[in-house]
Design a protein around this ligand. Structure first.
Ligand code: MG
Ligand code: MG
Length: 255
């Protein structure tokens, strides 16, 4: 069931979203050659704890996962698309890093992700990140009252496909509110004019994942969590939690 939120509830989600945005920025500032992915997780955890919020990923255990997620943030490097497990892995110059985290504050949730390069960047990686951010922006812009969910997915996919990027199959956005994952699913590859009609009060996480090699395929690492591109090429992932309002889409995960 899709739960529409009141304007007051959306204000509370924005407070949770601010915490998530600050946690992501802290992780980005910490990232440097020689730092570990666990270091990024630790600073994100501190921001969330200091804000009095609960980390949504820590201990999250969907049926398909072999173990509860052991971190506060997913930190995915290079060919890791999403769900990277924080570890003693040290970042290298030129690594493409995605940090994804969620928090619940006073009963309301937010979820967001950023991708960036540590140190000297390969221009192709910067182009991939730009394309992912642009896909997210277009998906958000399509989330107007009266539009349909398929319009969001179509807006995300159109330019990404034209540029030859892959869009990770079986992974996408979701409704969010009292919990991190609620109805509806928000596909990154929708058909315009199809799907749920968007109404004011709908809150969703939109999260394109683009892969440089053009493949939609993926595989799981031995840890059971980390999702890898199946052709070994690098991937980027950007996410915001947004609200559909009478005035159009509003991003809730900003600092
Ligand atoms: Mg996320
Ligand atoms: Mg999400």
């Amino acid at each position: 069931m899709v739960e529409l939120k009141t304007p007051e509830e959306i204000v509370l989600m924005r407070e949770a979203g601010r915490v998530v945005a600050h946690a992501l920025e802290a992780a980005r500032e910490t990232a440097a050659p020689g730092r570990t992915t666990a270091d990024l997780d630790r600073v994100a955890a501190k921001v969330i704890a200091d804000a009095g919020a609960d980390a949504l990923f820590l201990g999250y255990h969907p049926a398909w996962a072999p173990m509860p997620f052991p971190g506060v943030a997913c930190v995915s490097v290079n060919d890791e698309i999403v769900h990277g497990v924080p570890s003693p892995r040290r970042l290298d110059d030129g690594d493409l890093v995605t940090v994804d985290c969620g928090a619940r504050l006073r009963g309301w949730s937010a979820d967001a992700a950023i991708s960036f390069v540590v140190g000297e960047a390969d221009p192709s990686d910067l182009a991939l990140i730009e394309a992912t951010e642009a896909a997210l922006a277009r998906g958000i812009a399509a989330a107007r009252p009266g539009a349909r969910l398929g319009d969001v997915g179509h807006a995300i996919a159109r330019d990404a496909r034209a540029a030859g990027y892959g869009l990770t199959a079986d992974h996408g956005g979701h409704g969010i509110g009292r919990t991190m994952h609620e109805a509806p699913d928000v596909s990154n590859d929708g058909r315009s004019g199809r799907g749920l009609k968007l109404r004011p009060g709908l809150t969703i996480a939109i999260e394109p994942m683009l892969a440089r090699g053009g493949s939609d395929g993926y595989a799981h690492a031995d840890d059971g969590w980390t999702v890898l591109s199946d052709d070994g090429t690098r991937a980027a992932h950007c996410e915001h939690t947004i609200a559909v309002t009478d005035d159009g889409p509003v991003v809730l995960t900003l600092p």
